[in-house]
Design a protein around this ligand. Structure first.
Ligand code: ASP
Length: 336
């Protein structure tokens, strides 16, 4: 039987990190490429035929959406050439953002799986090889087709729109607050307990519209008790094309800031997410100044279940694709 063909693209992250002299206490940095990682996984060759490429060797805090757009283009070209699935390897710090951006950018049926590791390649109990093997099992499986981008770590399969890094240290760092993981990998097989439908957004065309244009800058601002609004009021003067506001609770800001928020929303798109990270932004419950009803009446767009970082990616790609206010509102409504 011919094995599925998988395209493996490594961007860096702890899974690729080593220290020249671990005993000397030097910190780890990205050194390994995709071919090194693939070679370290016994049994991977039985799961799939792998083509390993290393477009970046970065800590994931240094990845940008432009890197992910380039990866999406490489994956799309790979699928057109006959690859049956793709794996993106990267740092866990921004893994949920890459997975969500790929979910938005790629509409093909073939599985796209993002993975990484919490422990460096030389650490006792390094879980990179296990994560790469389970990622390959999922990416090569027929069951994972049509689910959009997935994150596979710690034997769990997460949907891109739900997954979030929720711990700075544990191998079990990834959770899907709203709904749980879609399934697990056990005994070498992807077992899906539930499935997510694709969200029917119009196609994004950030590069096609103008390949040389920088992606529009979108600010992300978290509200906190007693915030006096000076950062908020600075946003329009800093050249941002949009703003995502992480409000308190179901999407609230201090009453004193409501007018400023409305003034900004009259000038640029402002999306309202929740800093709680789980549950939807409300739309029709609270009626005080600074509540979600007040802010939506002032022009803010509720982000539904999307976290602030994911809402920022959706707004960036929408603005890069020239979507108008109605299209932006409809896109966020689809996540509500
Ligand atoms: N700091 C690392 C990174 O995101 C963390 C990891 O990969 O687990 O690149």
């Amino acid at each position: 039987m011919t094995r599925p063909r998988l395209l493996v693209l490594s961007l860096g992250g702890t899974i690729t990190m080593t220290a020249a002299d671990p005993a000397a206490g030097a910190g780890i940095t990205p050194t390994l490429g995709a071919a090194d990682l693939v070679a370290a996984v016994p049994g991977l060759g039985e799961v799939a035929q792998i083509e390993a490429r290393s477009p970046q060797r970065l800590p994931s805090a240094s990845l940008g959406l432009d890197h992910v757009v380039a990866v999406a283009q490489e994956i799309r070209a790979g699928f057109a050439q006959g690859f049956d699935g793709a794996i993106v390897i990267q740092g866990t710090d921004t893994l949920e953002e890459t997975a969500f951006a790929l979910d938005l950018l790629l509409r093909e049926e073939q599985p796209v799986v993002v993975t990484g590791a919490m422990r460096g390649a030389q650490a006792p109990g390094a879980e990179g090889p296990a994560n790469l093997l389970t990622a390959a099992i999922v990416a090569a499986s027929a069951e994972a087709r049509g689910l959009g981008a997935l994150a596979v770590l710690n034997d769990e399969i997460h949907a891109a729109r739900l997954v979030r890094k929720a711990h700075s240290a544990l191998a079990s760092a990834f959770v899907s607050d709203n709904g749980g993981p879609l399934g697990v990998v056990a005994e070498g097989r992807a077992r899906l307990l539930t499935r997510v439908g694709r969200i029917g957004l119009p196609a994004f065309a950030p590069a096609a519209a103008n390949p040389n244009a920088a992606l529009p800058p979108v600010a992300l601002l978290k509200m906190a008790m007693g915030d006096d609004g000076r950062l908020l009021r600075a946003v329009p003067g800093l050249g941002y094309a949009g703003l995502v506001l992480e409000g308190m609770g179901a999407g609230h800001v201090p009453a004193d800031l409501a007018e400023d928020v409305g003034t900004i929303a009259a000038a640029l798109p402002v999306v309202l997410a929740s800093r709680t990270l789980a549950g939807p932004v409300f739309e029709r419950t609270y009626g005080y100044a600074g509540s979600e009803i007040d802010l939506i009446a002032r022009g803010l767009v509720p982000a539904g279940f999307l976290t602030g970082p994911k809402a920022r990616l959706l707004l960036t790609l929408a603005l890069a694709s020239g979507w108008d206010a109605a299209a932006i509102r409809a896109a966020f409504a689809a996540y509500g």
